[in-house]
Design a protein around this ligand. Sequence first.
Ligand code: HEC
Ligand code: HEC
Length: 286
Amino acid sequence: MKTTTRFLPIIVCISFLVILQSCKKDDKPQTAEQKVDSMMRSAVSPADTGTPIASDGGKVSFSDKAKKGQAIFYNTSFGKIKASCAMCHSDGTNTTKDAHTRAGHTLAGVTSRTATWNGMYKGDDLQKNAYGARLCASAFQHRGDGDLNKALTQDEVESLIEYLTALNATPGAITKNLTIQWVAKPTFKDDQQPDEKLVKPAVKAIMKLPGDPAKGQVVFQSTCSNCHDLKAKKIGPSMVDAATDMSYVAQSIRTGSSAMPFFSKDILNDQQIADVIAYIQSSLNQ
Ligand code: HEC
Ligand code: HEC
């Protein structure tokens, strides 16, 4: 009896630790992205010195051609505008650590889709245009001086397709066609404007919402700060220079503007845009 009493605190302590441990596991189920990350890590071969697949240094072996495609995906100097594909798209692995909200959807699964860019590319055009990457390279990276044909070489198209195909097996891949929830069909030539009848009400809906600057700061950090600073020029202009008319800021976010990508409704909702505008406005007034 005496011995049991003496060991009781230790027994209680150990049971407590065991319970705590099992609680921990239940509290933190792995997200899809963490699962991809650990899967990628387990696929890492120590002998492989290929291009890092994720910003956190995980490595995976691909064919040489797929590695070439991967290098394009992460290249911030691919075009005149210093935005990489990875700044705007997930490949199923690069979102693990940086927690950015990207303008484009994940590219994992894209080579299983039968139409991209809301039907702009289908059939033979998918392969010819690396599933629509050609448009991104031309419009958002300013590659090929406005000539869509020159935005990607045949070798670059093939390398990208091989890389994108290798991503199809990643959990979280979207193999079904996307419905991109843009407010108006985007335009990519300076002499074209998106349909004003559709853009005006979309901007109005945002501007009538009260915005929260504190929440907007978080949105700005995760969504805009790769390309914009409040006061300094980055990939895009500073907010001091660009954000003089807040309705126009709302419009630029929804429709894009030259190399600035559009953000569809499923990526940023109206409230998030109202919040980011409130943040920009309050910071510039300080
Ligand atoms: C500035 C941002 C930006 C950059 C840089 C960019 N994209 Fe995109 N991309 C988009 C947006 C926005 C879409 C519209 C569809 C969506 O939301 O995914 C898109 C669509 C696509 C699609 C079609 C997806 C579908 O199912 O409709 C592919 C493929 C693609 N991009 C590949 C690339 C590749 C490869 C690169 C680099 C060479 C690249 N993109 C660079 C923003 C970008
Ligand atoms: C991948 C890079 C990228 C991201 C992300 C991005 N922008 Fe931009 N943005 C640009 C570039 C490049 C331009 C300059 C476009 C041009 O050449 O007119 C621009 C232009 C703008 C303009 C001025 C538009 C004009 O026509 O003068 C505003 C306002 C703006 N961005 C706001 C934002 C806000 C707010 C966010 C976050 C919700 C954001 N941007 C996210 C790259 C980006």
